[in-house]
Design a protein around this ligand. Sequence first.
Ligand code: FAD
Length: 480
Amino acid sequence: MADPRGFLTVRERQLPQRRPVPVRIKDWREVYEEQERGELQRQAGRCMDCGIPFCHQGCPLGNLIPEWNDLARKGEWDDGIERLHATNNFPEFTGRLCPAPCESACVLGISQDPVTIKQVELRTIEEAFEAGTVVPEVPERLTGKTVAVIGSGPAGLAAAQQLTRAGHTVAVYERADKPGGLMRYGIPEFKMEKSVLDRRLEQMTAEGTRFRCGTEVGKDITGEQLRQRYDAVLLATGATVPRGLPVEGGDLDGVVQAMDYLPDANRVALGETVEDQILATDKDVVIIGGGDTGADCLGTAIRQGARSITSLEIMPQPGEQRSPAHPWPTYPMLFRVASAHEEGGDRVYATSTKQVLADEQGKVRALRLVEVERTEAGGFEEIEGTEREIPAQLVLLAMGFLGPEGEGIVEQLELETDDRTNIARDGSYLTNVPGVFVAGDAGRGQSLIVWAIAEGRSAARAIDAYLTGDSTLPAPVRPT
Ligand code: FAD
């Protein structure tokens, strides 16, 4: 039972400190310092167990938030992690990376700032790792059924762990050299150190999940071969097709997709050598797009020693032109303030790119911009007389992703796509091909880690039921 008056004694929401900017931009380590345990517990005590925990609904995983908030308050970490793992395979990922829709839904937010749910989640799992209680959960018996999971991002990993623990023999195929999906090669170390990913992968390997990295399905092995070899196949291949810059000069040398820039930086941050790395060092950098990807480019370019960085956002400045139904900063989610934004760079709002200009060698030298305003119809129109040029030797495109790749396995298996070009599925995550399922960004479109985990868990239940006729695994979300 939570302390129903806790929020009256601890009124102020306290988050852990971020390391000082001048210190943290000299390295790639995570930005946040650990919060003092007593303070974290006091913060957990602000959860009043309000009776109708909207936070459950806010969280796609249906996390049992008031339960583990109270266990953290009392320091009962072993029970806390048991309740947390009941709904989330990877709280160490969401505790670091989730934009925490649960906190937006927290009832305390009506009169005070919401409970620091994400921090309590993170601390609960970190206490468990420290105490050595995150151990492999090896299934008691094997079903004899086999599953191929294609893609090792959060959706693929969550499904693989659920299915392995249910006794199926699971192989995860990944075209990259190491598993993790965007959590390894997209998201930088300063948001989540890769050792966090690796210790979870160790647990999964010990449980029996097999990883086949460096294997591109559709090229190194066909979709049909996988179908013949396995009883079920799950596509968790992500939404990897990036949006381009459809203006004159949008394909010049020096205009680079974020996901061509970030992976190399991540490798180098971990001590690897990368030939012909795209670097921001000593360059005027322009980042187009203001979501997570743009923020990650910003933090990376700062750490590489860019001369100047300008982040362009077509959306108006926070607070401007927003209706009460869509208040800043909770809407839209793609336009958030990240730790990187306090590290440097300029943010330019309500601005669109008209042209990318080249130097004599054909390389990008500048961008021609124009200010825009919202139209009644919800679009944007240019404001006359506001055109200007800014210097740029590196332009990073972070304007979102259009969906999964159409060629390769999608083509081979003749998978149908929906009207948003995502892989189509029914209410059980099943595609038009028998025994082939899809979860995560590949089916949902560009989204969030918490949704990928939730879909991975739900698809695992659907696959388990397909293989055995029934399932006791949880299904937190239905496909949309
Ligand atoms: P992915 O993580 O994309 O994984 C798909 C995997 O499939 C990849 O490893 C890919 O190599 C593999 N694959 C694809 N095709 C094949 C094939 N044919 N054969 C074998 N393997 C294949 N979300 C948050 O909640 N918080 C954040 O802070 C955040 N930051 C982000 C930063 C960046 C730069 C980006 C791009 C996204 C970010 N997101 C964030 C979104 C989040 O990372 C994704 O929603 C999530 O990773 C999707 O998970 P997934 O498992 O569906 O796919």
